[in-house]
Ligand binder design. Structure first.
Ligand SMILES: C[S@@+](CC[C@H](N)C(=O)[O-])C[C@H]1O[C@@H](n2cnc3c(N)ncnc32)[C@H](O)[C@@H]1O
Length: 274
């Protein structure tokens, strides 16, 4: 008798292999449970019964593939997300950079930009922003366009302000943007040191020597093999004594690179290269 679970696994393997070979996007080492949920949502929206029915779309239909790709990427984010993390960044990590003439930062998986702008605001408030070069990357070009624009719905401001205050913000948050109808646009002064660019953590190579890497709430979507690849990439991109910041549900523990790092702040998932 056929095992329906096994059949579905074969169909998903075939789908991911098709996407990789035809389109160059490699989801084969993404964590399966959440990937399967997203594939099922796509099937439902197309009214399909079998996963394998998605394969012809991936082969022949560019528009459907583009929308599939967009939906595969979960871009949920926030300004000063996990305020305790940003408070620790401000008070315990960033002061270590005060004596550096030049500070290089990589924010990987930046989604629509809220995280990197939060960091920029902190750097501005502690007086180090002018010495920084920040690279913010993602493989989702739609998100990058929003990030570059630095414009967010007005109704999100209440949450942003609450987070900013909890994260130790000591200025008036409203001074960082101007309102336009139902949107707010961040001031140029906050955006000027950030270079947004396309980078795929699965397939692209290292960045120059960074003093700080933020990659938060991205690795949860990857399996252990892919996580190890990305940790190696970060290790090669990080200067000695540099900091690696992960999401609250992510960790360097159990990876082969763990011995090369000190657990600087356990709760905030901040690691320091020895
Ligand atoms: C949930 S968001 C996290 C955003 C932000 N770092 C935060 O913590 O609020 C995950 C981001 O990872 C990006 N991502 C997923 N796979 C990626 C990959 N292979 N390369 C680069 N970015 C990726 C997604 O496009 C998405 O923008």
């Amino acid at each position: 008798m056929k095992n329906p679970d096994k059949t579905e696994q074969i169909e998903i393997d075939m789908l991911l292999e098709t996407i990789y070979r035809q389109r160059g996007y490699d989801f084969r080492n993404y964590a399966r449970a959440s990937l399967e949920r997203r594939v099922r949502t796509q099937m439902d929206s197309f009214g399909l019964k079998y996963i394998s029915e998605l394969i012809p779309y991936m082969l022949y239909d560019d528009a459907t593939f583009d929308s599939f790709l967009r939906n595969m990427s979960i871009t949920v984010t926030d300004m000063f997300r996990d305020p305790h993390f940003f408070k620790a960044l401000r008070t315990q990590v960033i002061p270590n950079f005060a004596a550096l003439p030049y500070i290089k930062i990589w924010c990987a998986g930046c989604a629509t930009g809220e995280e990197v702008y939060s960091l920029a605001i902190i750097l501005k408030e502690v007086g180090l922003y002018d010495r920084c070069q920040i690279y913010a990357t993602d493989y989702n070009t739609n998100s990058l366009d929003i990030a570059k624009n630095g414009q967010y719905p007005l109704d999100k401001m209440k949450q942003f302000i609450t987070n900013y205050n909890k994260a130790g913000g000591n200025k008036i948050f409203g001074d960082y943007y101007h309102a336009r109808y139902n949107f707010v646009k961040l001031h140029k002064g906050i955006r000027e040191k950030i270079v947004f660019s396309h980078h795929n953590l699965v397939s692209d190579s290292v960045f120059g020597e960074m003093n700080l890497i933020l990659c938060r709430n991205v690795l949860i979507y990857f399996n252990q093999i892919l996580q190890n690849r990305v940790f190696t990439l970060f290790n090669e991109s990080l200067a000695n004594g540099g900091f690696l910041c992960l999401g609250t549900r992510e960790s360097l523990e159990f990876s082969s690179l763990e011995p090369l790092y000190k657990k600087e702040l356990v709760k905030q998932k901040i690691f320091r290269k020895k």
